[in-house]
Design a protein. Sequence first.
Length: 348
Amino acid sequence: MMPRNLPSLELRISGPHDEPMVDAEVLSAALQGFQRAVFVLAMDARNEQSVSSGYIPKAIQKMFPVRCWIPTAGSYQLPMTVGSYTEAGSIEEVTPVIETLHDCLRGLHDSEDQPFLKVRNPHYRLRLLNAFQTLVPKAGQPWKLAISGPGQPVVSLSGVDVGKINTIRERLRHQERVSQTITGYLQAMEFAGRRITILYPENNRELECVYDVDWEPELLAARRGLVQVTGTVSVDAGDLPVRIHDVESIEPLDMSDFEVSEVEYPGGKLSIDPPLVLSPELTESSQYLMLLDEQWNIEVIAATREQLLSELQEQVVANWIEYGKEDDAMLTEGARNVKRLMRDRIKE
């Protein structure tokens, strides 16, 4: 029996003889692709930072799991639901994610770009297409995939639809001029042409860009250290940068501590005494800054310090509401520890 509050879906995989069985490899790929697609759309809905192709925040994993029920007769029909039984507000957030997922699956079947434009972050559009590439049966395989959701018609996909993924991907890339911040090691400076070369750590690719003369003192101070370049980025098929143009800013990477004593939010202000002090770290790809603190239940990631500070402040406010002001009876032991720490340090 499906939970009443969570959306119910059905995944049907059928072969040439409509038998009630399926290759394990096909089933595994379909479920992995479906879960990845849900995570990507959830991150876009929550405006999460696009850190890397494999990064999924813990909060997203807890709120948007795909859960499978006992298969039913008729080919291989697998009842599923999306969402958490324990996370508050799950139904309100899950339903629009499932609706967007269905629209994008239909867009893939019809080779239409418009449904994918509902995904606001251009990087998540590409990650969603990558998830679909795992979900859809491979070209030449006899399997067919049918997905249905509450109040939505069945969308059927097969190996003939795989080629549409690359077609849509290329069309979306041409529609978007993606501005982003790239972090890399300053390799060389050409003063005459006001051009610098940075080494992109994730694949050791050298990227060139033109700089403004006003940025020269900061670049000289950076020497061969890490710098952040913000501009319009062209990417390859793997969503990795190949060129930076229309440069908006270049500056050395600032890894100094964050010290937060006040956090303002609509309707109030939190005062933290002593101040919350956190040291930023780099993610494995060296492209994002992150702040981690288990005692405060803080895990925030962003491309720039300004974005990271905003994410940190939002996390502190969210934790204050979720833990600091909640009744002890509603919290786990770990959550009560977070509450005690916050109540000792924060005044509203």
